[in-house]
Design a protein around this ligand. Structure first.
Ligand code: AMP
Length: 280
C-alpha cells in the first residue's frame, strides 16, 4: 500500500482516476481504530479508490499538551489499513507540505454554529478544522469525503465550509462506532488505563439517561440528572447540552417539530472525550 507524503506524488498517482473513476477521502489524525475503519469501509463501497489522510493538525488544537500527547502510530496505522486488502492509499504529509509553509488558520464565518459547544470550549478549533479540511480537499480533490457523527458539530462545520468555498465534494456522515461498554471509540481512549476506560462508560450512560427521560422531564431536570451522574464519578463534566440539531444552539424548552440531540464533553484525568446522541 502506498504512503504519500508529498502533494506532487499524490497528485500524479491520483491522475488516472480523475477521468471516470471515483475517489473517496477519509480524513483522520491517525491512531486508527474501528470507528475510522467503518468510514473507510463506507468509502470503499462508494468509490474506486480511497485516500486515508493521516495528519495531526496543529491549528485545531487549543491545548498544547493535547497536541503533544496525541497518539502518533503511523506504522501501525498503515499495517492495519493493509489488512483490508483494498484499493486504499495513505496521505501523510508534514505540516509544512500541507500548509505550504504557512501553518495558520483561515478565519471563517460558519453562521454561528462555530460558537456553540466545542467552539465555546476550544477557541479557534473550528477555524483550524475548516482550514485543514479545505487544504485536504484541494490536495486530494475527492468526489466524496467521509466524517463520523462522533464529531457531529465538526460534520456540520465541514458541510458549511464546503458550501462556503464551493468545493465540489459530497460530504457523507457515518454512524458512531462504540466499545462494548458503549464508550465511543476514539484515538484518545488509548491514553486511558483500564480503570479509566471503565469509568469513562458514564459518558454514554448519561446520554442514554437523557434520551430515556427526554419526553417525560424538562430540560433543566435532565441537565441536573446528568450533572448528578458525574458527581459520583471520577470524571469531570465540561458540558452537557441538549441542542437544536440544525442550529446547534442550546435548548431551554422543547418545541414540536424540532429535532434535538444531546452533546457531552468530559475529562477522564487529562484526557478530554466527547460524545453525542440523537433524541427522538
Ligand atoms: P479523528 O482521527 O479523531 O480526527 O477522526 C477522524 C474521523 O473519524 C472523523 O470524521 C471522526 O468523526 C471519525 N471517527 C472517530 N471516531 C469515530 C467513531 N467512534 N465512530 C465513527 N466515526 C469516528
Amino acid at each position: 500500500m502506498e504512503v504519500f507524503t508529498e502533494n506532487k506524488t499524490l497528485t500524479a498517482a491520483l491522475r488516472p482516476y480523475r477521468v471516470s473513476k471515483k475517489i473517496g477521502l477519509v480524513p483522520t489524525m491517525g491512531a486508527l481504530h474501528k470507528g475510522h475503519l467503518s468510514l473507510v469501509s463506507q468509502a470503499l463501497k462508494d468509490n474506486d479508490l480511497v485516500v486515508v489522510s493521516i495528519f495531526v493538525n496543529p491549528t485545531q488544537f487549543n491545548n498544547q499538551g493535547d497536541l503533544v500527547n496525541y497518539p502518533r502510530t503511523l506504522h501501525k496505522d498503515v499495517t492495519l489499513l493493509k489488512t483490508l486488502q483494498a484499493n486504499v492509499v495513505v496521505y501523510a504529509p508534514e505540516a509544512n507540505e500541507l500548509y505550504s509553509n504557512n501553518i495558520v488558520s483561515k478565519n471563517y464565518n460558519f453562521g454561528g454554529i462555530e460558537r456553540e459547544m466545542e467552539g465555546k470550549h476550544r477557541q479557534g478549533h473550528f477555524d483550524g478544522v475548516g482550514t485543514v479540511v479545505s487544504l485536504l480537499f484541494k490536495a486530494v480533490q475527492p468526489n466524496t469525503a467521509y466524517f463520523g457523527e462522533k464529531d457531529f458539530q465538526q460534520l456540520q462545520i465541514v458541510k458549511k465550509m464546503t458550501a462556503i468555498e464551493k468545493l465540489p465534494v459530497e460530504i457523507i456522515g457515518c454512524p458512531i462506532i462504540r466499545e462494548p461498554s458503549n464508550l465511543a471509540m476514539s484515538s484518545r481512549n488509548k491514553r486511558l488505563n483500564p480503570q479509566e476506560l471503565k469509568a469513562a462508560a458514564i459518558i454514554n450512560k448519561s446520554l442514554k439517561l437523557a434520551a430515556k427521560y427526554f419526553h417525560e422531564k424538562s430540560i433543566s431536570q435532565i441537565n441536573t440528572m446528568v450533572a448528578n451522574c458525574f458527581k459520583d464519578s471520577s470524571l469531570s463534566l465540561e458540558y452537557f447540552e441538549i441542542a437544536n440539531e440544525k442550529t446547534l444552539k442550546t435548548v431551554r424548552r422543547k418545541r414540536k417539530g424540532v429535532s434535538y440531540r444531546c452533546f457531552i464533553a468530559a475529562f477522564v484525568g487529562e484526557v478530554r472525550l466527547i460524545d453525542n446522541q440523537k433524541l427522538s
